[in-house]
Write a protein that binds this ligand. Structure first.
Ligand code: DON
Length: 325
């Protein structure tokens, strides 16, 4: 690495460390998810970030190495996996692409809009449908497909946090209600308990900010893996997933996030956020060739988004002039 590039990288990391420390205290404005007891035990003051560039260069700060469960970030992966297997039209016949403006686990619109098609795959109703669509006759087969898909694109063998899975399995009354409703209206491709097992297991896959930053990078590059020099995901599916992340990925705060940060993103109740910056050579941003970003900050707001994570991203977007708009 040349001297100038090295100095720039040191400056970036210094800046990142400084901002992480500045926004860590935002955690006090939220709290760890209490409806899943295993998540509530996380240290709310943690905040970490990993940014990966197409060259593979990583910029990290704070608690970036702490493992956490993907939760709703997994909805992006299962949606992409279902589309890759069945094709986009088949999946969109069963789940729509409209934002709701409601809470992630809301049931209200399923009954309001006949015949009960879930609004989008980023909310629980749509994600349970998507999980049921994964290929395989049993939850085990569907999960094996998802794990193989995850490994194929990331090169990482997924690990499930059994404690989080069990904690959620025992407390998933709302998701069971959603799944029963979807079964009744014909929007579930398997039995209720099977779909829940797949959905809750995928939510319990353990990752670090580095792994979600890598997935973010693949999305930023429309499915191209720059280090393997290989198209690992179809461009049309990735573009659809990014549109859904922008419009629905931060739940009932998706509009605010698009307005304040301006990047496609997906959050999870464990405090993770996966986002990305597409290439834009017209800006003077340090990430003009695009990047993937993974964030972890377990204290969440009422919408289910990391409080410190969203504040940090807003700051980064302004300082580094990154936006898709
Ligand atoms: O379905 C649930 O309740 C969770 N396992 C996933 C929800 C989630 O991450 C919503 N996020 N912000």
């Amino acid at each position: 690495m040349g001297g100038k590039a090295l100095i720039q990288q040191v400056l970036l990391v210094d800046e990142l460390e400084q901002w992480v420390e500045q926004y860590r205290s935002k955690a006090s404005e939220g709290k760890c998810a209490s409806y899943i007891p295993a998540l509530y035990r996380a240290d709310p003051n943690q905040l970490g970030i990993c940014i990966i560039e197409p060259t593979g260069k990583m910029h990290t700060a704070g608690d970036w190495e702490v493992p956490f469960t993907m939760q709703s970030i997994s909805k992006v992966i299962s949606f992409i996996a279902a589309c890759c297997y069945h094709g986009i039209p088949y999946v969109l016949d069963r789940v729509d692409v409209e934002p709701t403006g409601d809470a992630f686990n809301s049931i209200i619109r399923l009954e309001m809009h006949k015949p009960g098609k879930p609004f989008n795959p980023m909310i629980n109703a749509g994600a349970i449908t998507t999980s049921s669509l994964l290929p395989g006759q049993t939850p085990d087969h569907k999960l094996r497909y998802l794990y193989a898909f995850f490994s194929k694109i990331t090169g990482i063998t997924p690990m499930v946090n059994e404690e989080v899975f069990l904690s959620e399995w025992e407390n998933s009354h709302r998701n069971r209600a959603l799944a029963h409703y979807l079964k009744d209206t014909g929007y579930l491709a398997c039995e209720v308990e099977e779909a829940l097992e797949v959905y809750l297991t995928q939510c319990s896959i353990e990752v670090t900010t580095e792994q979600i930053a890598l997935i973010g990078l693949l999305l930023a590059l429309d499915g191209f893996h720059p280090l393997r020099n290989e198209q690992v995901l179809p461009k049309d599916v990735v573009r659809l997933a990014k549109a859904l992340m922008l419009t629905c990925g931060m739940y009932d705060a998706s509009g605010k996030f698009a307005a304040n940060v301006g990047l496609p993103a997906k959050s999870g109740v464990s405090g993770g956020i996966m986002t990305l910056v597409p290439a834009n050579r017209k800006t003077h941003s340090p990430f003009q060739y695009g990047c993937g970003i993974g964030i972890f900050g377990p204290s969440i707001d009422g919408c289910g988004n990391s409080v410190a994570g969203v504040s940090l991203l807003k700051h980064i977007a302004q300082e580094w002039d990154v936006t898709i708009f």
